[in-house]
Design a protein around this ligand. Structure first.
Ligand SMILES: [Zn+2]
Length: 210
């Protein structure tokens, strides 16, 4: 496949990066230093939902698949970045109905979340997907959905948005960054690290400009 450009849409991982509800889960310590050992090696502590990551169904479903059981086929392929930067609070069904969303598409949502700095404190008022919009995406039978914040819902007691998407086996990518991305068609490669049995895993995500 020929492509013009690789666009990194991953959230840079640092000890100072934004974390969900400001939970302090990230630490990077030396295992070997150049000064002492003449080589460098580090220990990295992350949450399963640090930065750009994929949620596995087991995040909210008792019998759900774990991240190693999630099909990579749902996270790699042609995708559409939709411009939802005008949305002020939450993405509704009406916001999505304007687009011709079809089965097997990978849909990535560029919202004003993308314009926060990667090290800002957690913003509890981030743009999220409301339940009816999640149901619409499930009815459309899309392959995967991606959003540009560390969550896809906000304090829903039954986690309905997650529940609908995960029950319908829709790939769920959180923590993407689109400030530098024009809405349009691309090829997505998002590969969660291969940790066995976890409820999610950090991923590197790139768009290929075709
Ligand atoms: Zn998550």
């Amino acid at each position: 496949m020929k492509f013009k450009n690789i666009i990194d849409i991953s959230w840079p991982i640092t000890e100072h990066m934004t974390e969900y509800k400001n939970q302090k889960s990230i630490a990077c310590t030396d295992l070997a230093t150049f000064e002492q050992d003449k080589y460098r090696k580090s220990i990295l502590r992350l949450s399963s939902h640090t930065g750009t990551h994929v949620d596995a169904p087991s995040h909210f479903l008792e019998q759900g698949k774990t991240i190693d059981q999630v099909s990579l086929g749902s996270l790699v392929g042609s995708c559409r970045v939709l411009d939802l930067t005008a949305v002020q609070e939450k993405i509704t069904r009406q916001d999505l109905e304007k687009y011709d969303i079809c089965a097997d598409q990978i849909i990535l949502l560029k919202t004003k979340n993308s314009f926060c700095q990667p090290t800002d404190l957690f913003n509890p008022n981030f743009i999220y997907i409301e339940e009816a919009a999640a149901r619409y995406l499930a009815d459309c039978k899309i392959k995967a959905i991606g959003i540009d914040y560390l969550g896809i819902e906000r304090n829903q007691p039954g986690h309905e948005t997650h529940d609908v998407l995960l029950r319908n086996d829709i790939g769920l990518i959180e923590g993407l960054r689109f400030a530098h991305v024009e809405p349009g068609n691309y090829f997505l490669c998002c590969l969660p690290i291969a940790v066995q049995g976890l409820d999610g895993a950090p991923a590197r995500a790139i768009l290929l400009e075709i």
